[in-house]
Design a protein around this ligand. Structure first.
Ligand SMILES: [Zn+2]
Length: 182
């Protein structure tokens, strides 16, 4: 929501080094970071812009990002975006909502996009959905599956709407899950 350049600086990542951007889905709070508030490209060396195939049309409806429309390259669930980055289907929140499973140095993190929006409720009660889930039944099923998948495999998770620092580990707790921030 406007703080992506600052967050990258804090993480010590130069925006000029980023060549690939992959969207988990095309909701506006997840895609407008391509453009800086002054209208310039946020990633001047961008060479690959990956968009879930099911949401190419949604992406191309966003007029402010028109100069990126033709560059968008569709990807599918199951596809590897790099040697250690696999796209996993997580539909419901949006038609093409996708997680990225990233493996590095023997550890795995699931970058799960908008699997959770309200951490104070949905870890304890993962069955809860809300109005911004386009298909609430599928969103619920995806969330229950992904949380169990991450907890049972000892994966870290990272989510766009998790509280700071946005990264942690999941374990099972009663009917829900416990989130331990890293
Ligand atoms: Zn969203």
């Amino acid at each position: 929501m406007g703080f992506l350049p600052q967050a990258l600086r804090e993480a010590g990542i130069a925006a000029g080094r980023i060549r690939t951007v992959a969207f988990t889905h095309t909701h506006l709070d997840h895609i407008h970071g391509l453009v800086l508030p002054n209208g310039e490209d946020a990633f001047p060396r961008l060479s690959r812009l990956l968009v879930p195939r099911a949401e190419l049309g949604l992406f191309r409806d966003v007029a402010r990002l028109e100069r990126f429309h033709e560059r968008a390259e569709p990807f599918e669930p199951g596809q590897f975006l790099g040697a250690d980055i696999e796209a996993l289907a997580a539909p419901g929140h949006e038609a093409g909502h996708t997680c990225f499973r990233v493996t590095s140095a023997g550890e795995t993190i699931l970058i799960w996009g908008d699997t959770i929006h309200v951490p104070s409720l949905q870890f304890d009660r993962p069955e809860l959905t809300w109005e911004f889930d386009t298909d609430q039944e599928r969103a619920r099923a995806s969330r229950m599956h992904l949380m169990a998948f991450a907890a049972d495999n000892g994966y870290c998770v990272a989510g766009a709407h998790l509280d700071s620092p946005g990264v942690g580990r999941l374990s099972r707790k009663e009917k829900g899950f416990r989130f331990e921030p890293l």
